[in-house]
Design a protein around this ligand. Structure first.
Ligand code: G3P
Ligand code: CA
Length: 267
């Protein structure tokens, strides 16, 4: 099997648990990571942002309103932006109760806590830098934390880590600062633009609703930052029909809230 985070030609696409096994547990919590592990999924995807006092935390939305009880706990702090709260405040929030009573008490993990759990579970990480334009310099902060937590050694950079973003400047910054890290650009860039991105990224990871077989093939014909064919990991595919379609289009990986459904559809 390839050491790189993508399937070899003609094998089933890699299945990546989106925000953990987020169809079955509250997204971006340690519970969702653990559940993905118990279900047998090595790869988890997550989103990283930064608090007011500079802590890196794992949360998807720009605000805490949808996935925590911040509105109840801090009623005067609308619109509850992640970057307006301290790490200590965020640590007090319930990030599980919205998903169901049995998940109450789950927390918003710091990136350090998250990395430690993924490592303990023997899993691998597709880390998204979320809204990098809101967090100047976050690439350096993330790389510093990854390094301090042992995630930039050779075994991790070769097999266990991809850093991706919708922000091309952010992906380029990661590549410049740590050329050994595998990177991904989220979105659906035009084919004509691909060569310029291939200089600093290894993956083009588009919405599954906007791909064709020709587009996937056009991406994979190019070589990425590490000299290998550019990979394509699509998001977010949550049903069997979508997984079969993506597989037929030749994608290298599928990012999904329901990894069991996708695995059953593509194997
Ligand atoms: O990993 C790709 C996917 O997560 C991008 O969209 O909004 O779920 O972060 P979003
Ligand atoms: Ca994401």
């Amino acid at each position: 099997a390839s050491e790189r985070p993508a399937a070899a030609v003609n094998s089933a696409p890699l299945v990546i648990a989106h925000r953990g096994a987020s169809g079955y547990a509250p997204e971006n919590t340690l519970a969702a990571v653990d559940l993905a592990g118990r279900m047998g999924f090595a790869w988890v995807e997550t989103d990283v942002q930064r608090t007011r006092d500079g802590e890196l935390v794992v949360v998807h939305d720009e605000t805490l309103a949808r996935t925590t009880d911040a509105e109840q706990r801090f009623p005067g702090r609308a619109p509850w932006r992640v970057r307006d709260f301290t790490a200590a405040e965020i640590a007090t929030l319930d990030a599980g109760g919205w998903f169901g009573p049995r998940w109450a008490g789950a927390r918003v993990p710091t990136l350090r806590e998250y990395l430690s759990r993924v490592e303990r579970n023997g899993q691998r990480l597709l880390l998204e830098i979320k809204r990098p334009e809101l967090y100047p310099g976050i690439e350096r902060d993330i790389l510093l934390t990854l390094g301090e937590e042992g995630w930039l050694d050779r075994s991790h950079t070769r097999r266990g880590l991809v850093v991706q973003s919708f922000g091309a400047d952010s992906v380029r910054a990661v590549h410049r600062q740590r050329p050994d890290v595998v990177t991904g650009l989220l979105g659906n860039p035009a084919v004509a633009e691909l060569p310029s991105y291939a200089a600093f990224t290894d993956q083009i990871n588009p919405s599954h609703t906007r791909i064709t077989a020709d587009y996937v093939a056009a991406v994979q014909r190019l070589r990425g930052a590490h000299g290998e064919p550019l990979r394509v990991h699509v998001w977010t595919v949550n049903d069997a029909a979508g997984a079969e379609r993506a597989e037929a289009f030749g994608v290298d990986g599928i990012i999904t809230d329901r990894p069991d459904v996708v695995r059953d559809a593509v194997r």
